[in-house]
Write a protein that binds this ligand. Structure first.
Ligand SMILES: [Zn+2]
Length: 289
């Protein structure tokens, strides 16, 4: 089953929800960065939340997420859009720390408990909206819950999960966000709190083979409708042309210096793709200036 994302309304249309299966996306990130289990759990959770944040935007808009904690993982960066293109990485993905006292991957331990979650909505036409909220947990789902409550004034339940196999591969990843709409009744809120408190971890459900529609059914019974369902994927917007443009900004002298040395190798932080510029190619760039 390919990765996908659904969005819809439930409980008499008093709540809206997003759910995403991101197993392939997170495994792709792990492979590209040779990430260790706790690191990919943290980055995978952030990528999954970002995929759903992307789905909340208008077509063509991009959302950038930066989770900067004081843990050894460093900054997590993710980008997502409404079409389901997602990329993510962290500064140090080859870190390993012992499991937490529950025997689980210690995501908080690598993310840290101090820092900030920054969400930048790029609406094109040089219009950007930046909101910052503090890290309150380091487990990531709680940090997004806090972000929605404080920055967007939307009470939300956020669940994110990444299951890593003993060979370090990602075997299940996904999440859901359920948001209470302003006119929701007390009864609906109570009903929702009960199901959220009792649902299994979302990575377990996906590992059991449950579809997103099954998960919606567990959450809302028959009282939901899906408004849209679409595929999502790892996708990086980098290209050799973009790196060439970046090299040009260094200026004629700097480029001329580089052209006397060996080939220039650039590496995209997001996807680890390498772009090599030969001395001839550098000379061509200089001629363009
Ligand atoms: Zn890239």
């Amino acid at each position: 089953m390919k990765d996908y994302l659904i969005r819809g309304l439930a409980f008499n249309d008093e709540v809206r929800f997003f759910a995403a299966k991101t197993t392939e996306l997170v495994e792709e990130i792990r492979k590209r960065h040779d990430a260790y289990p706790t690191a990919i759990a943290a980055v995978g959770r952030t990528a999954t939340a970002s995929a759903m944040l992307g789905a909340m935007q208008k077509s063509g808009d991009i959302v950038d997420v930066r989770l900067a904690g004081d843990g050894p993982l460093g900054k997590i960066l993710a980008t997502a859009d409404e079409e389901g293109n997602i990329r993510a990485y962290a500064s140090n993905m080859q870190i390993h720390i012992p499991s937490n006292d529950k025997g689980k991957l210690d995501v908080r331990g690598v993310v840290g408990t101090q820092g900030e979650l920054v969400v930048i909505k790029d609406l094109g036409l040089a219009e950007k909206y930046t909101t910052t909220s503090p890290i309150v947990s380091g487990e990531i789902a709680e940090d997004f819950t806090y972000y929605f409550a404080k920055s967007e004034q939307v009470p939300s339940a956020v669940s994110l999960g990444v299951l890593v196999e003993t060979d370090n591969s990602v075997i299940a990843a996904g999440g859901f966000i359920v948001q209470v709409l302003p006119f929701a009744s007390e009864e609906t809120i109570t009903k929702l709190e009960n199901v959220i408190a009792n649902i299994k971890p979302v990575s377990t459900l996906i590992h059991e083979g449950k579809t997103l529609e099954d998960i919606a059914k567990i959450l809302f019974g028959e009282d939901f409708r899906i408004l849209k369902s679409n595929e999502i994927r790892f996708s990086c917007s980098c290209s050799k042309e973009k790196y060439a443009d970046a090299l040009i900004t260094l200026g004629k002298e700097e480029l001329a210096d580089m052209a006397t040395e060996e080939n220039i190798e650039t590496v995209c932080s997001f996807c680890s793709e390498k772009y090599v510029f030969s001395q001839d190619e550098i000379k061509e760039l200089i001629e363009k200036l």
